[in-house]
Write a protein that binds this ligand. Sequence first.
Ligand SMILES: *Cc1c(COP(=O)(O)O)cnc(C)c1O
Length: 452
Amino acid sequence: MKYVSTRGRAPVLDFADVLLAGLAADGGLYVPESWPALPAGWQEPRPYAELAGDVLWPYVEGSTLPRPALDELVAQAYGTFDHPDVCPLVEIEPGLCVVELFHGPTLAFKDVALQLVGRLFDRELQRRGERRTIVVATSGDTGSAAIAACVGRPTLDVVVLHPAGRVSDVQRRQMTTVDARNVHNVAIEGTFDDCQDVLKALFADAGLRDRVGLSAMNSINWARVAAQIVYYVMAAAACGRCEVAVPTGNFGNVLAGWIARRAGAPIDGLVIGSNRNDILTRWVRTGALVSDEVVPTLSPSMDIQVSSNHERLLFELLGRDGAATAELMGRFRSLGSVEGPRDPVFAAASLDDAATLAVIADLHRRTGYLADPHTAVGIGAARLCRRRPDLPMVCLATAHPAKFPDAVERATGIRPALPAHLADLAERPERYDVLPADVAAVRAYIEGAVRR
Ligand SMILES: *Cc1c(COP(=O)(O)O)cnc(C)c1O
């Protein structure tokens, strides 16, 4: 399998090169040169890790990663999940199923991809005799998932920038209580946007990039999208023809559903759930891509107004024309508003915080199920957009309710408890440094902190 850039002007690479490259040299995102079909026997019930090896292999084939090594890394990655089914499918009422993607080490769906991606990085870097410094900016879930992916890996250091005082207690503690020499937490005196601005400036510094081997593990990384295809295939194998609803911010999760469908999974429709940051819902309804100011919501991991993975779908809908994609993205960046092509497989709805709380409360009252606010946005959108009531509706549950206990308690009166492996989180010692939102200060910190 070879990969091409959505902007058509970057070198064609294999899976392992794309893994480490992140963004393509022309500013585009890497996508497979062609879409493989689902592997033979995909409908047969079997362990999640086995299905993952089969589904992922066509995307990996021809790179430096042989099949037995892929299978071993997949088995290790999903061995860290605390449920035997890895991503269990739960029927919460007739015709409505939830796929729980939050049984990994940090209780959110990002573990499904990052537990594998951290291992893929480590293996490829060991093979090359290289090391890298992963730097991420986080508003909450990404930071802890990236730390859990990198902790103790000999080829990696991880530096996480979070906005001081602006992430939840659980989220901060999940990052700052990890005690390892290759984990570096920084509280930036500023907002999440300040963290992202510092991050962008660091990546633009070619000298630093070379000296510390700067690398990203963000949601545009192709391997993250690939790993997410698997649970759509698993759900379609279990449910047959279905619709799937997905709470979305960066479009990474729902893009994996589009790819699973393209590969042959019988997914009749894909429902996008947005919070008040609804650029994707407006795109589905009008075709216009218009970015707006980000507003904070109860589902902070979807407080995004530029959905970076959307470019991969737009490239497809533009007939895989890299020049046309580059032109569209350029106009979007400069004007903040363009007409984009659409795909009728998507439906979408946006829920504000009041509607999100109402879904959590109603679901709990009728079924006893506790949904986190992100999951509730997806379930609420599914109710509003269902096109085929005769088919099962599968909703992706992207976070454990205990990760957002305040919202869940407000809606239901119940404060969900953390699972056993995190029960003493509030008592564990924290370790982090505080820095101003200043590129020079963060650069000096990184050069001093990382192992070479
Ligand atoms: C990151 C995240 C999302 C959004 O995922 P995208 O890939 O950005 O669409 C949804 N829910 C939770 C809990 C998340 O952490």
